[in-house]
Write a new protein. Structure first.
Length: 130
């Protein structure tokens, strides 16, 4: 029996390299891997404690916002080693506190850089072997 999906919001693969920083220190936390309108998953070089609330910053491009960055609080909801590279960690974040204008930018990130998830994986027949 398959475990029910607990997420209520659609997630999309993130197609742009966008760094997430700890706001006060400027320390790199990781890069966004996928995104929903309520949070995101990132790739981190180190594990992060689950349940921790962190003040974060995401630098922006002119394509998305006239602001140079957005800042907000988010809670780590899970953390696990990457399936393919155990030296990195995948970490889930839930948005907690964001101004309405920064949230508008976040939704624009979701709409601009969030690619629809593939419904199936490629098979050998999807490639030309020669």
């Amino acid at each position: 029996m398959k475990t029910a999906e607990r997420r209520k919001l659609a997630r999309r693969n993130f197609t742009y390299y966008m760094r997430v920083l700890e706001e006060t220190s400027g320390t790199l936390i990781g890069q966004i891997l996928d995104i929903s309108t309520g949070g995101f998953k990132l790739e981190s070089a180190k594990p992060l404690p689950v349940g921790q609330v962190i003040k974060l910053r995401i630098d922006q491009t002119a394509e998305i916002s006239p602001k140079s960055y957005i800042s907000f609080s988010a809670r780590t909801t899970w953390c696990q080693p990457d399936l393919y590279d155990p030296t990195i960690y995948n970490v889930g974040f839930q948005l907690l506190n964001m101004t309405p204008s920064d949230y508008d930018v976040f939704v624009k990130m979701f709409n601009t850089y969030g690619a629809q998830r593939q419904t199936h994986h490629k098979s050998n027949s999807d490639y030309i072997w020669g």
